[in-house]
Design a protein around this ligand. Structure first.
Ligand code: FAD
Ligand code: SF4
Length: 397
């Protein structure tokens, strides 16, 4: 039975302008609902509690002595996969949408929290609870902006729904797990994606204007395993820009402060995670965290081509060199960036080592950000696993 009373009392607190995490708020949507009542303990940016929530979701927290768990969190298995028949217009091959559709079609859940875009703006998120496969399909592809996915939580209790799938990124899932027991559900399934470097809608425009040759026609982009950003345009053409050619000096303040202080890149609290960064180019990377996640994956197994995950190269030098370069906002001329991109693609880290490269680069950057901008938060906010990862590198003051 759900205890409605505290939520109703909290209605008085509800206000779209109220964000206790202030500039660190990732607009996860919790504070748009009466669950704002729980914000002090639930917000990922006010109360970092990943280890405790891992225990709650998976029955144990990650084993810090186990190298893959240190990086990728609690898991039973990892594989690379792609759909035999990819979903047109999905971010990668549409494994996320396919799992959600199968769960709905087979009656495992009554609704799916996912995010469509608004009618007027391809990149403006519009969270919904989908009740049909068509609504799930309409939510395919990333909205590469902060999205208030949890803003629909009140509708769950009001509708009397008992079995729900939520698709979301790490900060949304941390807050969701923290209030899970208040939602009155019999079963909650969580399908997560990794997430990093997200932006506000205005920040996204700056990124597109600074980086793409034709910002107004971009329909999709992804930072890919070949060390390039791939933009897809309305006419179907693809544009690639090497990471090392990004105008770091102009883009330094484009990422949301929440994402500059996030250490849950791999979505530690989802049952199942579907990303790309630990898989070969063109494939998706799947992390099964618990038996619920395995059951969810089994539902679409016959639609997938799979291969084991692999790991090649050594990321450490590349990460160490990138730390002062990013810090000083060094931007290479495009010819040099392209040359460097070709070289690193040939000899650089691949598979799980690429994922570690990306985690190390972002954790060192974010650790420095929190240390400089919010020194009083550093110790509590940075999880133990991230402290260990960062300690491999020499950081500037
Ligand atoms: P699809 O079938 O196309 O479905 C995409 C799903 O994502 C939809 O169900 C939709 O509801 C959901 N979604 C879209 N936008 C958002 C949003 N803003 N917030 C929450 N949910 C959303 N993977 C990596 O391996 N490394 C990364 O660095 C990485 N960064 C990401 C950054 C962002 C902002 C997002 C949203 C995802 C990121 N991913 C990353 C995941 C990856 O890009 C794909 O989303 C994932 O592999 C699923 O692909 P798909 O084709 O199966 O998804
Ligand atoms: Fe509220 Fe979410 Fe922002 Fe935290 S991140 S202040 S829970 S909306």
């Amino acid at each position: 039975m759900t205890s409605v009373q505290p939520h109703q009392k909290a209605r008085a607190l509800k206000s779209s302008s109220r964000r206790p995490a202030k500039e660190l708020c990732s607009e996860c949507g919790l504070c748009d609902t009466y669950y704002i009542h729980y914000v002090k303990s639930a917000c990922a940016f006010l109360n970092q509690q990943i280890a405790d929530l891992e225990e709650q979701a998976h029955g144990r927290s990650r084993d810090l002595e186990q190298p893959n768990e240190l990086y990728f969190g609690v898991h039973q298995s990892m594989i690379a996969a792609r759909k035999q028949e990819p979903i047109a217009g999905a971010q990668w091959t549409g494994i996320v949408s396919s799992i959600a559709i199968a769960m709905l079609n087979q009656g495992w859940v009554e609704g799916v929290v996912c995010v469509q875009n608004t009618a007027v703006d391809r990149f403006q998120p519009q969270p919904i609870i989908a009740h049909t496969p068509a609504e799930i399909l309409a939510a395919r592809v990333n909205k590469p902006t902060l999205s208030p996915n949890l803003s629909v939580l009140e509708q769950i209790e009001q509708s009397g729904m008992k079995r729900l799938l939520v698709i979301g990124v790490g900060c949304q899932i941390q807050a969701l797990r923290a209030v899970e027991k208040q939602l009155g559900l019999e079963k909650l399934y969580v399908l997560g994606t990794p997430c990093v470097d997200n932006v506000t809608r205005a920040g996204l425009q700056k990124f597109l204007d600074t980086t793409s040759r034709s910002p107004e026609t971009v329909v999709y982009y992804e930072f890919m395993q070949d060390f390039r950003v791939h933009f897809k345009h309305e006419d179907g053409s693809t544009e690639t820009v090497p990471f090392f050619g990004l105008k770091t000096n102009q883009l330094k303040d484009v990422f949301a402060p929440s994402c500059m202080s996030c250490f849950d890149y791999v979505n530690s609290l989802a049952d199942l995670v579907v990303g790309y960064m630990g898989a070969p180019f063109g494939w998706q990377w799947i992390v099964v965290r618990n038996s619920t996640g395995q059951e969810m994956l089994n539902l679409v197994q016959d639609q997938l081509e799979t291969q084991p995950v692999t790991s090649k190269g050594d990321r450490h030098n590349a990460v160490q060199q990138s730390i002062p370069a990013y810090d000083k906002g060094v931007t290479l001329p495009m010819w040099a960036a392209k040359l460097m991109g070709v070289a690193i693609e040939r000899i650089g880290p691949k598979g799980l080592e690429y994922a570690r490269f990306s985690i190390d680069s972002h954790f060192t950057r974010n650790y420095l950000y929190v240390k400089r901008q919010h020194p009083e938060k550093l110790d509590q906010h940075v999880p133990e696993f991230a402290k260990r990862i960062v300690s491999q590198y020499k950081l500037p003051d």
